[in-house]
Design a binder for this molecule. Structure first.
Ligand code: NAD
Length: 326
């Protein structure tokens, strides 16, 4: 099903898979603001999924945006990708904890099989650049700042599926005579307005504002390189044009913050304590993540601009505005 206009011939045409998701919807807005014609693809439809409707609220009224509601595992893709200067492949089943056990089939089909279809369709449609949203989880636990040359050590089925996805993109781009170049972005814990409801900062803000208590896995000593969604989007936009060839690039703020420190920031900004229910650490939750961002600086001219405090304030402002509307 298509919503909005569809200007397939435009030279600045780009496609975003996972457009109705957290990061995808921010990327769509940035690409529209830059003058592109944007085709979003997502299996979540705004008329049946309230979160998708909220995420795409602004884009859906934009004359240069069209949305295709379809599943990447089955829908014809080359026809959607034709005449595009870049495809941003963000659609995936995210989250480490849910990937253990019986749901693995869904992770494998949405994160691996769908990625193979996307990259093959890019080749068929002669798309010059594929930007793939990978994850810092491919590294596993590491000490200090992780460089892209560090051997991957995925510690969950989700991380394995993301690594498989990036390897598929790289395998296609590495074929003799390939016209497709791929930029794999390894994103480090992304947060900001419209963050997925399963993620820490959104859950902590909601708990402080009177929502359900925060279920906290582990002792709060885990740390993450929290990266603001607006900064991630700038890296993705640059990745569509900046590096000359196929590459793998970390996108992380370069600061590791413990879960306990995040909770104090949330408490300070909201003025309320975060009620917590503690559970043991879960399988696949790595101890710490931290990006070495030299390659992002060199190849994308990228550096983060948003501190954790600024980013959490913006997420809080959006949450408060949304709750006033409902
Ligand atoms: P999200 O769940 O908000 O968005 C993903 C979107 O993909 C959803 O709207 C979903 O409907 C869509 N989708 C999934 N499978 C699909 C399919 N088969 N066909 C069509 N649409 C499909 O997730 P997000 O947090 O915005 O993550 C976006 C990407 O970034 C993912 O690839 C994820 O692995 C990666 N990533 C996210 C983070 C993070 O912290 N959020 C960190 C590292 C990597």
């Amino acid at each position: 099903m298509r919503h909005g206009s569809d200007q397939r011939q435009a030279t600045s045409r780009v496609v975003v898979t996972g457009a109705a998701g957290f990061i995808g919807s921010h990327l769509v807005e940035a690409l529209l603001a830059d003058g592109n014609t944007v085709v979003g693809v997502d299996r979540r439809a705004p008329h049946t999924d309230p979160a998708a409707a909220l995420h795409l609220e602004r884009a859906l009224t934009h004359p240069r945006f069209s949305l295709v509601t379809a599943d990447l595992r089955t829908c014809p893709l080359a026809v959607l990708f034709r005449h595009s200067r870049a495809v941003f492949h963000l659609a995936a089943l995210p989250g480490v904890r849910g990937s253990w056990g019986e749901r693995f089939g869904e992770y494998a089909s949405s994160n691996v099989f769908a990625t193979e279809r996307v990259v093959s369709a890019c080749e068929e449609a002669r798309v010059p650049r594929l930007v793939y949203a990978s994850s810092s989880s491919v590294y596993g636990s590491g000490a200090g700042a992780t460089q892209e040359t560090t051997a991957p050590h995925p510690e969950s089925p989700y991380a394995v599926s993301k690594l498989a996805g990036e390897q598929l993109c790289l395998a296609h781009a590495g074929q003799a005579g390939a016209t497709l170049t791929t930029v794999v972005l390894r994103l480090f814990t992304v947060y900001g307005p419209r963050q997925r409801p399963d993620m820490l900062i959104g859950r902590a803000l909601a708990a402080a504002l009177g929502g359900p208590e925060l279920t906290l896995y582990g002792d709060g000593g885990h740390s993450r390189d929290f990266t603001f969604v607006g900064d991630v989007v700038r890296a993705a936009v640059a990745a569509a044009t900046r590096p000359a060839g196929t590459s793998v690039i970390n996108v992380g703020a370069g600061v590791s913050t413990s879960v306990a420190e995040v909770l104090s920031t949330v408490e300070e900004l909201t003025g309320h304590p975060v009620p917590v229910v503690r559970l043991p650490a879960q399988a696949g939750d790595v101890d710490a993540t931290l990006a070495d961002r030299s390659r992002a600086a060199e190849l994308l001219g990228w550096a983060p601009r948003t501190t954790l405090r600024q980013g959490v304030s913006r997420q809080l402002a959006r949450l408060t505005a949304d709750s006033l509307r409902t």
